[in-house]
Design a protein around this ligand. Structure first.
Ligand SMILES: Cc1cc2nc3c(=O)[nH]c(=O)nc-3n(C[C@H](O)[C@H](O)[C@H](O)COP(=O)(O)OP(=O)(O)OC[C@H]3O[C@@H](n4cnc5c(N)ncnc54)[C@H](O)[C@@H]3O)c2cc1C
Length: 482
């Protein structure tokens, strides 16, 4: 009976997992996850992602038990020697995995696959992390799309491969290697900043399926109306499950299509999923997405060197702009931030403070449970104006107006910035405009209980646009803003 090793990475699920299904159909299967952050250099998973990973791997282990697949967990400087050991111990003749697109990992995988094949090991890479493989959705000329709308038009009419059920039980392998005790990996923080994570998330495959079911039942129809309302749970919150592969995007796609929701609701939601797909297609074309502006001219943009204190005020949610502070504190407390808030805080950092988008990308990378090698740099570049099909640089989100529009009843700010909770709606998003008597009644002392704005939103916007204009004139003297 042949034995296959299934090497897991960001596909931590038993259902609709092509590599696992193919392996189970062959005979005995051993699952492997190698924790090798050193091999990933500066792009090793951040702290919030590690928290999730710890729980996701425990969840995967029990999901695989149902299929009689033992999961070997190993920490090592590099993955290759662990694979070698496991191949020798199990006498496996094949290694299967699901394709990964993160450039650092992809390169390592390719090297390893070549080496193993050279030695006669059967190596197979399966699709499934995306709706379609990047080279399957191209322009008529066979090129990768650079603009989202035509990409979406193509994608929306495509039919993804059907999702697979959890495989039948495999034959138990005769030999495996002992597994590490995952707590020795120290993925969980020593200082307990993760309390809010436990009350917010159920970071397992079962949790993923429950969240998906609940969203299809009660969230999808209202998605278009509520998805931008900051204080509502109006979005699916599927992003961490998709980032860790606890949910198959193809399954999500089909379940949405088969749901009872209106066609408009389905399209609105699938369009957002298509942004994820688009970001991955861009990443495949531009592997340096996290460190180089897609619009290359922005490599010479005069981003400011931000003093540490300025950056820390943004990171800690002490900017003095309530909607921004609410977003940054939601991120710290739960490892997730509403999409609208992500855009507002990113615009503040890159425009009003004129900081480099990479500073924000790195902070998100460390603090998001859904930190994603494509979506995160793609989102930052989009807001900063240097990305694919991006908002132009001069589109600066006015945070007070954004707050008034997307947190009209103030629920979001009141939840995450409780020191302002009793301010009336009229001044909640601009406490510095409130008369002293109003502040007194709400117990707010600006500069003491809540900071004054670190920079004036309108003045800093003008100053950013002036810098942009000078930079652009120096490059192309005849092109005015807009
Ligand atoms: C600066 C910035 C950084 C971001 N970093 C990440 C990140 O690291 N990881 C991540 O998954 N998303 C990121 N996003 C995209 C988006 O904010 C999140 O996917 C979304 O907020 C997740 O919440 P949800 O699952 O409830 O989304 P929903 O609105 O329910 O959308 C469903 C799914 O569609 C995809 N999606 C939705 N909007 C986008 C988008 N704008 N771009 C790409 N995919 C999208 C996600 O997979 C999401 O889970 C970022 C956006 C910005 C502006």
């Amino acid at each position: 009976m042949p034995t296959t090793i299934v090497w897991f990475h960001n596909d931590l699920r038993a259902h609709d997992n092509e590599a696992l299904s193919a392996a189970c159909a062959r005979g005995a299967v051993v699952g492997l996850y190698v924790w090798c952050p050193d091999e990933l250099g500066g792009r090793a998973p951040g702290a919030a992602f590690r928290w999730w990973l710890h729980h996701a791997l425990l969840g995967l282990r029990s999901a695989l038990e149902h299929c009689r697949v033992p999961l070997v967990l190993r920490r090592a400087p590099r993955a290759a020697p662990v694979l070698e050991q496991l191949l020798a111990a199990t006498k496996a003749d094949a290694v299967f995995w699901n394709k990964r697109y993160d450039p650092v990992v992809k390169e390592r995988d390719q090297r390893l696959a070549e080496e193993l094949r050279r030695r006669g090991i059967w190596v197979e890479e399966y699709p499934g992390f995306l709706v379609h493989e990047p080279n399957a959705v191209t322009t008529a000329g066979g090129e990768a799309y650079r603009v989202f709308t035509p990409f979406w038009r193509r994608l929306s009419t495509s039919i993804p491969p059907a999702a697979r059920p959890r495989p039948q039980a495999a034959t138990l392998p005769a030999h495996v290697l002992p597994s590490d005790d995952i707590s020795a990996w120290r993925l969980l923080p020593r200082i307990p900043w993760d309390r809010g994570f436990y009350s917010t998330w159920e970071p397992t495959e079962e949790g993923a399926l429950r969240v998906l079911d609940a969203f299809l039942r009660t969230g999808l129809e209202a998605y278009a109306r509520k998805r931008d309302v900051l204080g509502e749970e109006g979005t699916s919150r599927l992003s961490p499950y998709l980032a860790h592969g606890q949910l198959s995007v193809r399954q999500v796609w089909h379940r949405v299509q088969q749901s009872e929701a209106s066609s408009a609701a389905k399209q609105t939601f699938l369009r957002q999923l298509a942004w994820r797909e688009f970001a991955y297609h861009v990443l495949v074309e531009q592997p340096s997405l996290h460190e180089r502006s897609l619009k290359l001219e922005f490599e010479s943009f005069p981003w400011k060197e931000l003093p540490l204190e300025t950056l820390q005020r943004w990171q800690r949610g002490e900017t003095g702009i309530p909607v921004i502070d609410a977003g940054m504190r939601q991120l710290w407390a739960t490892g997730w931030m509403h999409n609208r808030a992500r855009m507002i805080v990113a615009s503040w950092l890159t425009k009003n403070l004129q900081g480099h988008w990479c500073l924000g990308e790195r902070w998100f990378w460390d603090t998001l449970v859904d930190a994603d090698p494509a979506n995160n740099p793609f989102g930052w570049q989009w807001v900063a104006g240097c990305g694919a099909d991006a908002a132009p640089y001069w589109r600066v989100f006015q945070p007070v107006r954004q707050g008034v529009t997307f947190d009209a009843d103030g629920r979001y700010v009141r939840q995450w910035v409780p020191e302002l909770a009793t301010l009336p709606d009229e001044f909640l998003h601009r406490p510095w405009m409130a008369p002293k008597a109003v502040l007194d009644r709400a117990g707010v002392v600006l500069g003491k209980t809540y900071p004054l704005p670190m920079v004036d939103p309108d003045e800093s916007r003008k100053s950013a646009l002036a810098v942009f204009q000078v930079w652009r004139n120096a490059r192309a003297p005849s092109s005015p803003i807009g």
